[in-house]
Ligand binder design. Structure first.
Ligand SMILES: Cc1cc2nc3c(=O)[nH]c(=O)nc-3n(C[C@H](O)[C@H](O)[C@H](O)COP(=O)(O)O)c2cc1C
Length: 209
């Protein structure tokens, strides 16, 4: 399957079969997610692999998404709830170490991060970090399709409840979006056989010549 075939094959799966995803495929999807582009490369979000069945049951109890419990694996993308000087300093040191540079060589980059990020409110930086998490979600969806793994992106869950269950506030994080992974129950998923609905390309793509 080439890329476009795989993207046509995928759909937001509503009903998963009782079949587990191999750890090899899960790790590939996580590797792809980690390789996502992010603004300034800061990766100001984290990905949780939620295996605990009790947590998944609790989370599904007030959600319209049974995929939270039915899927093989459940990923959570959680974004930094704020950005401070320490986060920027740690990142600069990390880049310097990884690239074998002196920290002083990154002084302009550091100044630029400080001048953009430290003047914003926590809410503005959370929204910015959430955008990076959504890019990673997209990468995860494409990676899953490439591996013929079914997936559902989900905003339909109680994020405040999940934040509490996972103690995210203490970790400086807030829930953004979920991604269920597994294999479709083709017979029982009404959506599995539906035509994909997308705008005609002529309407969607606007050429500026
Ligand atoms: C950010 C985001 C949140 C979504 N939330 C849900 C959700 O909570 N439950 C669900 O079943 N589908 C959810 N979807 C799936 C969309 O409804 C689906 O992607 C869209 O209808 C296009 O269909 P397709 O992905 O099957 O091609 C979400 C998709 C995105 C990108």
């Amino acid at each position: 399957m080439d890329l476009i075939e795989a993207l046509n094959w995928r759909y937001a799966t509503k009903k998963f079969a009782d079949k587990k995803l191999s750890d090899e495929k899960l790790q590939k999807i996580l590797d792809a997610i980690a390789l996502s582009a992010s603004s300034a490369g800061m990766q100001t979000y984290r990905v949780f692999v939620i295996e605990n069945p009790d947590i998944r049951k609790e989370l599904a109890s007030d959600s319209f998404n049974p995929q939270i419990v039915d899927s093989s694996h459940l990923l959570l993308f959680a974004a930094y709830d704020s950005i401070d000087q320490e986060i920027i300093d740690d990142y600069i040191h990390f880049v310097a170490r990884e690239r074998g540079l002196a920290v002083e060589n990154l002084a302009d980059f550091k100044k630029s991060l400080e001048s953009h990020l430290l003047i914003r409110t926590d809410e503005e930086n959370f929204i910015w970090s959430s955008k990076q998490a959504y890019i990673a979600l997209g990468t995860g969806l494409i990676a899953a399709a490439e591996l013929q793994v079914d997936a559902t992106p989900m905003e339909g869950f109680n994020s405040e409840k999940l934040d509490k269950i996972l103690g995210l506030k203490e970790k400086g994080l807030k829930s953004v979006v979920l991604l269920s992974l597994g294999y479709r129950d083709e017979e029982n998923d009404y959506f599995a056989k539906l035509k994909k609905v997308r705008l005609p390309k002529e309407e969607f793509v606007i050429e500026v010549v």
